[in-house]
Design a protein around this ligand. Structure first.
Ligand SMILES: Cc1cc2nc3c(=O)[nH]c(=O)nc-3n(C[C@H](O)[C@H](O)[C@H](O)COP(=O)(O)O)c2cc1C
Length: 391
């Protein structure tokens, strides 16, 4: 049987967390849940052991007990957060609105599914527990989606897992994994969510090594090799932003980057602004390179390209994002497409191109890591006082 790839991809990329669009009026037949569990049970499991057990809650009295537990562990917080950020444009506004709605209406959802697995995790890292159930529960959600039913992967109730166990009669020798509300969804379709493109987060052969295209065999500069170094820094985003937009900051930490100065008439970072970076390297010597700021959005990204704004030798960027209790900092580099020291090195030894690239990317990665570590150390020093309020 030929598989219709676009339908499969559509189901996989649009199985959203459905809360506001759960149809609380329409009955969900038990058989459809059994069918989707049969699909889900085809997922892999460690040792090929069938250890997943599924609890489907339909009884209104039991659903009310789950709703009460959910409210106590997460719902009250979600409702409070929704009320606090409503209308402020906060990045979590939509999610909180939807999450609070689910907390308020959980008891009305036609079916609530609690997947469990026999066994208790021993922390050994061996396969067989969470890693033998999560993929199956996701298959269950996608199978339902394909049939017109919505789900939301929730775990807040596990904050009261003993009480949940008591309500459902789950033995202590089994682990409860999630709580999945199941209902027909209203409306037609769902959209893809914004996510990192694969090329930004996929590394070939070596962690952190990225490729803008290809990579060809053998790999070459025209493939746009690069690297990314990341850290979750426990500090408000403004503090991290102030450090990374200081063009001299990295010089304290990078063995190669010596310092930078703004071009004549420029007094700070802005789109199109130019600065000159100074570098040193034991094999290359000392050199200056003009840099042009090509990405600049307050608290979001600060990027520059080197040598020639229209045909750069390299592209660098700091990207910042708020995550729970921290700021995620990504420092990225992409080489090319224009000429640079590396293209000259390759021109003199073209047969060594892949090796030259590999080595140079590793060198950059280690220098970039030093800068990121420097940011983390600097904010920790600054945060030694009272607890920072995370942005
Ligand atoms: C491990 C995990 C736990 C989650 N817990 C909850 C939860 O307790 N309540 C809730 O409303 N959503 C929960 N979610 C759903 C996420 O909020 C949701 O996936 C996210 O907002 C992205 O939306 P999307 O899945 O539609 O892309 C959880 C998701 C995961 C993966």
């Amino acid at each position: 049987m030929n598989i219709d790839v676009s339908s499969v991809d559509h189901a996989l990329t649009t199985t959203r967390a459905v809360r506001l669009r759960l149809d609380l009026e329409r009955t969900v037949d038990n058989q459809i849940i059994y069918d989707c569990i049969d699909v889900a049970e085809q997922a892999p499991s460690g040792g090929n052991q069938g250890s997943r057990r599924w609890v489907v809650v339909r009884d209104p009295k039991v659903k009310a007990q789950l709703a009460e537990l959910y409210m106590a562990t997460g719902g009250e917080f979600m409702i409070g957060a929704r009320n606090k950020i409503a209308g402020t444009g906060h990045p979590q506004e939509r999610v909180m609105n939807s999450a609070a709605y689910l907390a308020e209406h959980l008891a009305e959802v036609p079916a609530i599914v609690i997947p469990t697995i026999m066994g208790v995790h021993d922390g050994s890292g061996r396969p067989g527990l969470f890693d033998s159930v999560v993929q199956s529960v996701w298959s269950f959600c996608v199978a339902l989606r394909a049939r017109g039913l919505g789900t939301a992967w929730t775990t807040a109730i596990l904050g009261k897992s003993d009480e949940l166990r008591e309500v459902l009669g789950v033995p202590e020798t089994s682990t409860q994994i999630a709580m999945i509300p199941v209902a027909w969804y209203t409306g037609d379709d769902f959209k893809k969510a914004p996510r990192y493109p694969a090329r930004d987060i996929t590394f070939i052969d070596q962690y952190a090594h990225t490729w803008e295209s290809g990579p060809s065999d053998p790999a070459c500069l025209a493939d746009g090799p690069g690297c990314v170094v990341e850290a979750d820094i426990k500090a408000p985003i403004q503090q991290v932003w102030d450090l990374v937009t200081d063009i001299n900051f990295g010089a304290q930490f990078s063995p190669e980057f010596v310092g930078a100065r703004w071009a004549d008439g420029v007094d700070g970072p802005a789109l199109g602004a130019q600065f000159i970076g100074s570098n040193k390297h034991e094999a290359i010597g000392e050199w200056d390179v003009p840099c042009f700021i090509n990405r600049y959005e307050n608290l979001v990204e600060f990027g520059w390209v080197t040598s020639d704004a229209d045909n750069p030798g390299a592209r660098w960027c700091f990207e910042l994002a708020r995550i729970a209790g921290a700021t995620r900092l990504r420092y990225t580099l992409t080489l090319g497409p224009g000429p640079s020291g590396i293209s000259q090195a390759i021109a003199s030894m073209p047969d060594k191109e892949p090796r030259i690239l590999h080595r140079r990317i590793n060198e950059h990665r280690s220098n970039m890591q030093a800068v990121i570590d420097g940011v983390a150390a600097a904010v920790h020093r600054e945060s030694d006082g009272p607890n920072p309020i995370f942005g």
